[in-house]
Design a binder for this molecule. Sequence first.
Ligand SMILES: [Fe+2]
Length: 199
Amino acid sequence: MSTAAGEHLSQRTIVAHLADIFERRGGEEYLGEAVTMAEHMLQAAHLAEQQGEEEEIIVAALLHDIGHFTSEFGMFSLEDTHDRRHESAGAKVLEGFFPSVVTDCVRLHVAAKRFLCATDQDYLQQLSEASIHSLRLQGGPMTSKEVAAFEKRPHAREVVRVRLLDDAGKIAGMATPGFAHYAPMVQRVVDRYCGHQES
Ligand SMILES: [Fe+2]
């Protein structure tokens, strides 16, 4: 199943690999939204930075939709890349390099939408039309049992914060720094997790 692209990634190459994905694939449409995939993720990261979030949250916001590009990691078949459970796929490709707070924020950003729809009356009102549409496909708002289980998760608060950044990062024409601005920060997060050993 695995191909060359995924096998060659290491602590030293993962950030350049992510930069390359942003560069080559970032211009792709974010279905139903007024921004491209790269604009969307860069806006989420930019807003996180403006809000004074910690580096792990900024990086999670930056990478939360990386699962749309799993074919770039050589771990999934082409069929799987078309936004089918992109949140799980995204967490999986980041797992070897990023701490669980980052991968949880990626893995659970759809669950967080379902959580917020169940617990915050105002939240649904500010969701984009495309996001409301996908909510139905994603199972609708959480049941009270699901809400209770979600709240017990170790990074529930961080996951919700990244979700709100995700929702906010859909502003047509908003200027943000590019991936290069975040690259050193992404590397720091990777290095803190992996250690500074050569790999
Ligand atoms: Fe998103």
